[in-house]
Write a protein that binds this ligand. Structure first.
Ligand SMILES: C[S@@+](CC[C@H](N)C(=O)[O-])C[C@H]1O[C@@H](n2cnc3c(N)ncnc32)[C@H](O)[C@@H]1O
Length: 472
């Protein structure tokens, strides 16, 4: 039997942040994971989970504030799931993120004493996102406001447009300010909400699969300032969307394109099966370095444009490219890394499993006048084999740049990469834990020569990490 009880209160000093942004403290030889708080705080916490190896708790009161605390800028901080670290000094955020990389490489990869460079911070720590996805849904209210309304028999307002509160995907926080994208983006959200309430439009429910409004997606180019509004609905209603367009263009004339994506899918993905363009060309143009990219409503594009340029510059420098090099860009998406390095090498071959991304990559190469990039469609697990037919047209790579999704690389892909024996590998990852796991599998043939974290998402615990590997 544990000596602790759920609901019991303890006084602790917070030591550090754990994976996924919770705080850590130690008590009676046990690790305590705490929701909320900042390392350096003295806090009173309430235990929420008792396990043999660890405890979980939430902060009840901050008794002494950590010197790393700053005043959060947003009034929704602490409720909204968007920016969990807005109360932490930005330099401290960068150091915690660097430490997260060190810990992942030590604990998961088994790499002791590797040097990890200081994380490269984002030039903009507010208004850095080029894409925001807002939800329509049932309005979230603080508990006391909700209870007071019920007590006074007032109806609880049902309609909201904004972000989900942290961990509560059934409810929506009615956002009237947000520092992630731009001031125009907030004005669009407020105008769309007003229009939908006036017209008494219904919200799509994932329980009953009825209702009309699903998502509002806003994309804004950081380089050309083009501004896209994409309303995702479950049905086609051209008269209604046309009047919404007139209202939006009158109130926010800087909008360059308006689209309606229509889908009856039963999941919550904000992608339409049919797309109707109501205003402008239906896409925005974004630039990274000297390359231009056409970004349509449903294509993948790095969300922090300026920092994406820095990330790609880091990858390019670490790759140590020579004009005669053949480079494979694995998990190539819309070809942004391939096109970023194309002028410095003989040839780049990208491999990617989403057909529209491969189509975009080919179109981006043509639009930028790049002739030495080829893009291959397919799952790397099946396509990356030494005897693959597509390889007959290319030499084996001198360098590989690998940028997988959060889950990392399939073991079979790791083996094939090693079998192809590139001299250098640059592994870019948005998840240092799976990255450390994959690199451990390569440790008998490759050694780590540089580790560079790059912060793409200020005020969150996420970190992008670039590792350079050299063949032994
Ligand atoms: C993190 S993104 C990187 C995209 C690109 N390098 C960039 O910077 O925009 C990962 C990409 O891997 C693709 N992908 C995921 N699993 C894959 C697989 N098994 N085979 C090939 N591509 C895959 C995804 O579609 C996505 O475009």
């Amino acid at each position: 039997m544990s000596q602790f009880r759920r609901g019991e209160e303890l006084t602790l000093t917070l030591d550090s942040f754990a994976f996924e942004g919770k705080s850590i403290a130690r008590h009676d030889g046990l690790v305590v994971f705490i929701q909320g708080g900042v390392p350096g705080d003295d806090v009173r916490v309430k235990l929420t989970k008792i396990k043999k190896q660890f405890l979980e708790a939430e902060v009840v009161e901050v008794l002494k504030k950590s010197p790393l605390r700053v005043e959060p800028r947003c009034r929704y901080f602490g409720i909204c799931g968007g920016c969990k670290w807005q109360h932490v000094d930005y330099q401290a955020q960068l150091e915690f993120k660097r430490q997260h990389v060190v810990d992942a490489f030590e604990r998961i990869g088994g790499f002791k004493d590797i040097a990890v460079n200081p994380a490269i911070g984002s030039e903009n720590i507010y208004f850095y996102r080029n894409k925001m996805e807002f939800s329509f849904g049932e309005k979230w209210l603080p508990k006391d406001e909700f209870e007071t309304r019920i007590l006074h028999s007032e109806t609880v307002p049902a309609f909201a447009l904004g972000m989900h509160p942290a961990g509560l995907y059934q409810k929506v926080l009615d956002l009237e300010e947000c520092y992630l994208q731009s001031e125009e983006s907030v004005r669009i959200v407020n105008a769309v909400r007003r229009f939908c309430i006036e017209r008494q439009l219904s919200i799509y429910s994932t329980f009953t699969h009825t209702g009309y409004l699903r998502n509002l997606v806003i994309r804004q180019s950081a380089s050309t300032n083009e501004l896209m509004v994409n309303i995702v609905t479950s049905d086609d209603n051209p008269v209604l969307i046309s009047s919404l367009c007139s209202l939006l263009l009158e109130e926010i004339p800087s909008i360059t394109t308006i689209i309606n994506n229509i889908t009856q899918r039963k999941n919550l993905v904000a992608i339409g099966d049919c797309e109707k363009v109501y205003h402008g060309h239906g896409y925005i143009t974004e630039m990274i370095g000297k390359r231009k990219y056409r970004v349509s409503a449903n294509s993948f594009f790095q969300t922090n444009t300026k920092q994406a340029g820095r990330l790609y510059d880091v990858a390019k420098r670490m790759a140590g490219l020579k004009s005669e090099d053949v480079v494979f860009d694995l998990y190539s998406g819309t070809g942004t890394i391939a096109l970023h390095i194309a002028d410095d090498v003989k040839e780049v071959v990208g491999v990617e499993n989403v057909e529209t991304a491969v189509d975009d990559a080919k179109r981006n190469a043509v639009a930028n006048g790049v002739k030495n990039c080829t893009f291959v469609l397919g799952d790397l697990k099946d396509r990356l084999t030494k005897d693959a037919a597509w390889l007959t047209n290319h030499s084996l790579p001198d360098v590989m740049i690998i940028d997988p999704p959060r889950a990392g690389m399939h073991e079979k892909v790791v083996s094939e990469v090693m079998a192809m024996k590139p001299e250098r590998i640059v592994y870019v990852s948005c998840n240092p834990t799976t990255q450390a796991r994959d690199i451990k599998l390569m440790a008998n043939a490759y050694r780590i020569t540089e580790v560079q974290p790059v912060d793409m998402f200020p005020h969150t615990y996420h970190i992008e990490n670039v590792v350079r590997l050299e063949r032994l």
